[in-house]
Design a protein. Structure first.
Length: 455
């Protein structure tokens, strides 16, 4: 397993970003945020920077420490205005902002903002959710197989939101420009998402061919909306980056869609970097990833993306096989706390999952069979959920009748193991050293071979 040295120069490529309060006079570019977090329960409490580079590494994120009343206070120096998020709440922060907030994890519409920067953040409270099809509202607004009905919906909603945007006070020119961009993106996403939601309602089966057929009446509109969007500055809008895969879809483009949009070299390099980092975060620092990293970095021209890859690679050295396992504390349904280290002396196989994770649920039968097959041997099987909805987890394990060695933990508590996605599995030896932080799934035969070698 190779070790990647941490590139110190990388830290200098980002704006200064700290999270400490001081009794001294705050510099002009300091952002101060204080308030309360409601219904976050087991959810990660992080102020996440959503700029293009920040999204690749998370290096600018700030963990929010709450007291017994779920109140927090933090400050940091911000060089340029931009998008952030806390849970499902979207924020837009500018140097010098000073906000008192109340953020609700379950319903961003219940958020409150007071102070400098409040007006723009109030506007963002009810922006559409792209993963729900923007104006389609998770498919609730799909009421026919005709895309022209969706065009009318998008036109109406965009007009309403534009009027609201024009009334926002104390908004910067950049905020107005980027929120008008959001209107175009939501319009496009509403139309582009229509075929999949229409298929859920059995109007037709979903396929690329049926997507093209359903969307053909709106082709001209889509091309008009995307004609002037291929600008690198828009890479700082998270919704824009999420749409790059659609704009660059070769099958759609060969059928005449999005042909006036050209992916710039900057956009292509971002996609290449993001794709590689996704592979790294799912496989860990295995030899094939190290080899792939050299190929990718040789192809990249942008040093910021190269540094992002180097930084992320170096951060995975601490998960090498043989490295001491990191301890964490898990919670039972009754509120008891159990450290992982209490199982030291035995082999440990940890299943990180959640009730909303389809692939996790699909592995349940194999996991239960694995436990049964090794019953009575020196190995512990731990089921550790990262559910943010504690009640959903409680209901699920009660329905399943699970009572032993089934735990709940906040994903933030697993930062050392870099749990960026689930299902994930962890294998630790009897000396409490990491065997692999990316263990095979229960359904894979390889996991039995690895366990047998440890027993």
């Amino acid at each position: 397993m190779r070790h990647i040295k941490f590139p110190l120069l990388f830290l200098l490529t980002f704006f200064i970003f700290t999270s400490c309060l001081s009794e001294k006079e705050e510099p002009p570019k300091t952002v101060v945020i204080q308030g309360e977090l409601i219904n976050f329960n087991n959810a990660t409490k992080t102020l996440s920077a959503r700029g293009s580079l920040a999204s690749l590494t998370g290096i600018q994120n700030v963990e929010l420490s709450v007291d017994a009343n779920n109140r927090f206070s933090t400050s940091f120096v911000l060089e340029e205005e931009g998008y952030f998020s806390v849970g499902r709440n979207q924020l837009y922060l500018s140097p010098g902002d000073s906000l008192v907030v109340s953020l609700d994890y379950m319903d961003p519409n219940k958020a409150t903002f007071e102070g400098k920067g409040a007006e723009v953040n109030r506007y963002l409270m009810d922006v559409p959710f792209p993963k729900s099809g923007s104006y389609l509202s998770g498919g609730r607004e799909v009421k026919s197989p005709d895309v022209q009905d969706i065009v009318k919906l998008a036109e109406t909603e965009n007009a309403t939101r534009l009027a609201k945007l024009e009334n926002v006070k104390n908004a910067s020119a950049k905020f107005i420009e980027f929120e008008k961009l959001r209107l175009d993106l939501d319009y496009i996403n509403t139309l582009e998402s229509f075929p999949i939601y229409a298929s859920f309602k059995d109007y037709f089966e979903f396929s690329d061919e049926n997507w093209i057929k359903a969307m053909t009446p709106a082709k001209e509109i889509l091309n008009e909306k995307t004609a002037n969007l291929d600008q690198n500055k828009y890479m700082e809008h998270p919704n824009f980056r999420d749409m790059l895969g659609v704009f660059g879809n070769e099958k759609f483009r060969s059928s005449g869609f999005f042909t006036d949009f050209t992916l710039t070299p900057e956009m292509k390099e971002f996609q290449k970097t993001e794709s590689f980092l996704y592979s790294l975060k799912n496989a860990g620092l295995v030899d094939s990833i190290v080899v792939q990293s050299k190929t990718v970095m040789a192809e990249l021209k942008n040093p910021d993306y190269q540094n992002a890859i180097e930084y992320t690679l170096s951060s995975y050295n601490s998960l090498d096989p043989g490295h001491a396992a990191y301890d964490f504390v898990m919670n039972t349904e009754s509120g008891e706390k159990h450290p992982l280290s209490q199982y030291k002396g035995k082999v440990i196989y940890v299943d990180f999952w959640a009730t909303w994770c389809g692939p996790c649920i699909a592995e349940e039968p194999a996991y239960e069979q694995l436990k049964e097959d090794y019953k009575g041997k020196d190995i512990e099987f731990l089921s550790v959920s990262i559910d943010t909805n504690v009640k959903a987890w409680e209901n699920y394990i009660q329905k399943k009748g699970w009572t032993e060695k089934t735990y709940l933990i906040s994903q933030a508590e697993l930062a050392d193991y870099k749990i960026n996605g689930i299902p994930r599995y962890l294998l630790i030896d009897e000396n409490f050293n990491i065997v692999t932080a990316f263990a095979p799934r229960p359904s894979e035969e390889k996991v039995r071979t690895m366990i047998d070698e440890l027993l």
